[in-house]
Design a protein around this ligand. Structure first.
Ligand code: BES
Ligand code: MN
Ligand code: ZN
Length: 498
């Protein structure tokens, strides 16, 4: 699906290297890097002339495509600003600029000379990882249900010259992990972009089978059908699929990268393949976007595919609670009381607060695996979008160590979260006369009360909840973002000591 590959290799003379495009980062007012000097000579001074004319000043994100010289068909100058201020943020702008400029050409291969790009708060490994991830993710195109898809990214091979501050082996490893993360992001995007009539709970089961086929030795799949759910007492999950013609599926993907004595990390994804709101029907505007209400599940798929390719030495279990929320004649009604697998009874005051209902039973089910930590990922509340907008994922946790590790991974991967409170004061908002708790907590603090609801089903292990309602999707132009695959993959890489 994505043919772009990356190879780490140092090159002595840029002018003698055959390539579709030589990519040279240049700092403003600095000495030209060696590769640029070599290409400048081969082009009779074209690079220095462009700088002298003021056509290229080396400012952050600035790009100039010059005709080829020597064995190189094109030369791409990318501005990197002031050398002493070159940090991770600037490096991300560099990666994006490379993508944008190359995407305007028909170049099939390129060489990036990044030896002299030293990052203030990062290193060559981080830069390789970021470059590979950014290019891989940026080259994703949605094609599944369009007959005339957008032009693909033509670049198929990027050679990266990392310089002497890193071994070629480490640079290659960083390019690989970056690429695998990017592919994981794309995997999540694709699933979340698919329409609800294609991507049903049953379709997600098919996707899980496919993932297992790609990694048959390390991944195992089991699927819990509705009949088994009733035996297990999953009344909350079943109450969501009750109004739909599509049966719910609980998908359990078991990744074994370490021996059995190591407790697993568990990722639980909300997999509502379409959220109409049920009997508490949503208004019409933007209801189409509720096909991405399985964005949490998509991120579990993306993360599992990334870590499987990396062969991380950990045990990880992905649990996907997949269902469609519809107002059919058997649908759950406001005021109905259901019994969850935990034994707790729930009064459903609003059938549109369905994510917590499928998740609570999945969280109880997770207990049997004796987990090291459980992280659920869910497009859970519109209130989280109001609170944090589209930049930060809402993070809740019952353990400080776990929340710190996730915040840290989010910063490292630039897929950030912001911690929110789980105070008892908010928990009180879920009280009702007719059940142990209700599924909504009144008008204030909607993302928090949703998280509080989940927390009472996650008392037996370290747990974190990621509310990705604002970060998993962007409305203009419409599409999935693949978040928080990068954060989760980084979190697991950190646990594996990579
Ligand atoms: N899937 C929605 C949350 C959502 C809203 C995700 C907007 C992405 C964008 C969730 O199931 C929902 O409907 N939540 C309700 C909860 C309310 C009824 C307490 C909401 O946020 O309005
Ligand atoms: Mn809903
Ligand atoms: Zn929902």
């Amino acid at each position: 699906m994505n043919p772009l590959t990356f190879t780490a290799k140092n090159i002595a003379d840029a002018a003698l290297t055959t390539t579709g495009c030589a990519i040279v980062p240049i700092f403003g007012r600095g000495k030209l890097p060696l590769a640029a000097q070599q290409l400048d000579q081969a082009s009779n001074g074209a690079i220095k002339a462009a700088i002298k004319l003021g056509d290229f000043r080396g400012e952050t994100g600035e790009k100039l495509m010059l005709p080829g010289a020597g064995a190189s068909k094109r030369i791409l100058l990318v501005g990197c600003g002031v050398a002493s201020k070159f940090d991770r943020g600037k490096a991300r702008q560099f990666s994006t600029a490379v993508y944008t400029a190359i995407n305007q050409t028909r170049a099939k291969d390129a060489v990036a000379y990044i030896a002299e790009l030293s990052i203030k708060n990062g290193d060559a490994s981080w830069l390789c990882h970021n470059l590979a991830q950014t290019l891989t993710a940026a080259s994703y195109r949605y094609t599944n249900t369009v007959t005339k898809p957008k032009a693909p990214f033509k670049l198929a091979k990027l050679t990266v010259c990392p310089g002497k501050s890193i071994s070629i082996r480490s640079a290659q490893r960083a390019l690989d992990t970056g690429r695998y993360t990017g592919l994981g992001v794309n995997h999540a995007c694709e699933l979340a972009n698919l329409p609800g009539n294609v991507c049903t709970p049953g379709y997600l089961v098919g996707q899980a089978r496919k993932l297992v086929r790609d990694h048959p030795t390390k991944l195992k799949l089991s699927v819990i059908e509705e009949k088994k759910m009733s035996t297990l007492g999953m009344g909350a999950l079943l109450s969501v699929s009750a109004g739909s013609a599509q049966p719910a599926k609980l998908i359990v993907l078991n990744y074994t990268g370490a021996d059995a004595k190591h407790k697993p990390y568990i990722l639980v994804g909300k997999g509502i393949t379409f959220d109409s709101g049920g009997i508490s029907l949503k208004p019409g505007a933007k209801m189409d976007e509720m096909k991405y209400d399985m964005g949490g599940a998509a991120s579990v798929f993306g993360t599992l595919s990334a870590i499987s390719k990396m062969e991380l030495p950990l045990n990880v279990i992905g649990i996907i609670a997949a269902a469609e929320n519809m107002p059919g004649s058997r649908a759950t009604k406001p005021g109905d009381v259901v019994t969850s697998m935990s034994g707790k009874t729930i009064e459903i005051l609003n059938t549109d607060a369905e994510g917590r209902l499928v998740l609570c039973d999945a969280l109880t089910y997770a207990e049997r695996f004796n987990p090291k930590a459980v992280i659920d990922i869910a497009t859970l509340t519109g209130a989280c979008v109001v609170a944090l907008g589209s930049h930060a994922t809402g993070l809740y946790s019952n353990q400080d160590k776990l929340s710190e590790q996730l915040l840290e991974a989010g910063i490292e991967a630039h897929d950030r979260a912001w911690q929110m409170p789980l105070w008892d004061d908010y928990k009180k908002q879920l009280k009702t006369n007719f059940a142990d708790l209700s599924n909504i907590g009144g008008p204030g603090g909607g993302s928090i009360t949703a998280a509080c609801f989940l927390s009472s089903f996650a008392e037996k292990y370290p747990w974190a909840h990621l509310d990705i309602a604002g970060t998993a999707w962007t409305s203009g132009p419409k599409g999935a973002t693949g978040r928080p695959v990068a954060m989760l993959t980084q979190y697991l890489m950190d646990r594996a000591g990579k």
